[in-house]
Design a protein around this ligand. Sequence first.
Ligand code: SF4
Length: 382
Amino acid sequence: MKVLNGMVSARSFIKKRLYLINRYVSPLKYRMLSTWINFVVHPTFRSLTMNYLFNKRSVLEKASRHAPLPRNLYFEGTNVCNADCVFCPYTQMERTKLTMPMKLFKDIVDQYVEMGGQAIGFTPIVGDPMVDKFLMDRLEYVDAIDQISNVGFYTNGIALKPEKAEQLVEFKNTTINMSVSFGGHDRATFQKMMGVDRFHLVQKHVLHLLDVLERNGHDRLIVKIDFRCPDSNSSDPFGRRVRECIEKGLVQMDSLEGNFDTFGGYVSQDDLDRVGLGLQMDYGYPKFGPCEIPFTKPLVLADGRLNACAERDLETTLVVGDLKRERLKDLLYGVRMREFVMQFYKPNSLPDICKKCTVYQSIYNVRAKVWKENLNWTPPAT
Ligand code: SF4
């Protein structure tokens, strides 16, 4: 057991120090070094590279057999946000701020349902779903569709007004997974993390939500408090109330433990250092083969275009078509999507955003979400 614990802490020590190496060597040298280091210290990365080397074609074919349904279809209800988090480049975005019209939303949901879709995500690339003036209307629309079993989104809680918390427990059919990103246990830390002075307001909103959950005993609203600050424990009254509700099974808790990604190259370790909370950049594994995100999280943008990725593509450079003119089933894993996926076999020709992205997850990682047999997946062909 001691040996195992020692190995785990050695691995996390090395991984956390990779950002130091990244500061001083060229990207190519970093990739080579990181490949060797990860290969030696991470069994998951070892099995991923072996899978890539020996099962390149069969794994891609197996992932493609799940088409044309993605695991989850994401919607950018709005790309507007009300915070300026240290780990997010929202304020650098040059795109026009938009909200998706309900008519367009309904049309695309209907196409998705017709294809057999079951799960919807409302977390955009940047923006807060609670700022979307149509969020409750969208939830009402999908809640009335039996086939949509699951909806999920993150919010910073600033716009999670008491009346919205009351409305959320009214939806009875679809399971709603809501994660509240929480910046810190005191006003100063919260402001450093989230870029706005809304600590007391968000605490108030979360406390109200906990009361609503306690009063209603709702089992279709799954709430997770997601701590963005390095320390997720606090013994103040708010922390005690959250812990009490966790013990009662009303909410769950998660933490990034102060680790962040580069958001496609838009956020650097220097940006994290500036807030002085000991935040660290996690560079993930080097890229081997296609990223799983086009298979699991394509995103319908507020203007109706389909982006291959709902993760880090701030300026939406990975658009594969326009749903105002084309059908969803023709775009998901159509020619443009396929061409994009195949670019991962030629790392030099990858779009810039993917080259710099550190939330990339290879389809050759057997633990990737692309291999989970739930949500929309059709049974794998034998
Ligand atoms: S590498 Fe990053 S930006 Fe590219 S598809 Fe994957 S998650 Fe999206």
